[in-house]
Ligand binder design. Structure first.
Ligand SMILES: [Zn+2]
Length: 330
């Protein structure tokens, strides 16, 4: 069939439009990629997660370091050591690596987030107090707080008396000076005595300032302990509530750290730990959530909702939950 000139023109026009579009896409490829990358990354992350869901524990979950607040005073080496210890808690009994720490773009990023939780822990550490996360820790801290509060109240009273005393002596001195001034000046012996009183008043004032500083420091310590106490109160209540809610949200209870999975990706935020042992256990717990495990009821389970037992190995409960999730048949 012969091709008419009109049809040929239309064909050439279409080719030109396609060439133009292709050229534009090529020309703007760099900004287009920057614009598309987050979407494609999210797509890949989701895809990886779906694959992981379909074939759990077949491929190690990749981990990488995210934002590490320097205020934790934890070197990257110390953190990676803790991470490796925590992953071994799961991988070793399973007999196969479940996690793999990679340099960048892991499926799960690990962040150290410094906020008032760690700040309070650090301040309490300086006061020689190590705070756990249970009723017993609360009772201990409450006792310390009450003792400190008693000390504060008695020092405050003593200071108040000192100030009253000082004010009275100073008023007496001032009226004596005024009286002699009106008379046109004091005789030498009186003048010498007044000068002595004046310097005594000055040293009293210096002492009062000193004591005031001490009381202020006590107030600061009291505030630190009070903050920790309030937090424990709310956490213990919170945990009790969460514990009673069967099948509650995964990962939001362990106030020292949290595992989050949302549109922004999968991540573990560490907020607080008092030593490396607690950090390893905390990480192991959050890794359990990353494996999709829920809380269990044994108080020494890694997946127990509180980080209060000292064991750094899986319990029978933990292992059963892991094998069930990984569809291991025995
Ligand atoms: Zn948890």
């Amino acid at each position: 069939m012969p091709v008419g000139p009109k049809k040929l023109f239309k064909f050439i026009f279409k080719i030109l439009i396609l060439l133009l579009l292709g050229g534009l896409l090529y020309y703007y490829r760099a900004p287009l990629m920057t614009w598309l990358t987050p979407y494609s990354n999210r797509f890949l992350t989701n895809l990886n997660y779906r694959i992981e869901e379909l074939t759990p524990c077949q491929q190690p979950i990749t981990l990488s370091l995210g934002d590490l607040d320097p205020q934790f005073n934890l070197s990257e080496l110390q953190l990676t050591t803790a991470i490796n210890q925590a992953t071994e808690i799961w991988s070793q009994p399973f007999g196969k690596p479940l996690f793999n720490l990679v340099a960048t773009s892991g499926a799960v990023t690990i962040n150290l987030v410094y906020d008032n939780r760690q700040e309070t822990t650090d301040k309490l550490k300086k006061l020689g107090i190590d705070v756990g996360n249970d009723q017993q820790a609360y009772e201990q801290l409450k006792t310390k707080y009450d003792t400190l509060n008693q000390k504060y109240l008695s020092q405050k009273d003593a200071l108040k008396n000192l100030i009253t005393d000082y004010d009275a002596q100073r008023a007496a001195y001032n009226s004596e000076v005024n009286r002699w001034n009106k008379k046109g000046g004091a005789p030498d012996n009186i003048f010498a005595q007044l000068a002595k009183t004046k310097s005594a008043l000055e040293s009293q004032l210096a002492m009062i300032n000193d004591r005031t500083n001490q009381v202020n420091l006590l107030i600061q310590d009291l505030n630190t302990e009070g903050t920790a106490l309030n937090r424990l109160i709310s956490e213990l209540n919170l945990n009790v509530n969460k514990y009673n809610t069967v099948g509650g949200a995964v990962g939001s209870e362990f106030e020292e750290g949290v595992y989050i999975q949302d549109a922004a990706g999968r991540r573990i935020n560490v907020y607080e730990f008092s030593d490396s042992k607690q950090l390893v256990r905390l990480l192991a717990h959050e890794f359990g959530h990353a494996l999709n495990l829920d809380h269990s009821s044994g108080t020494t389970d890694i997946m127990y909702y509180l980080n209060e037992a000292g064991n750094d190995t899986l319990t029978a409960n933990d292992l059963v939950a892991l094998q069930k999730h990984c569809k291991v048949t025995k």
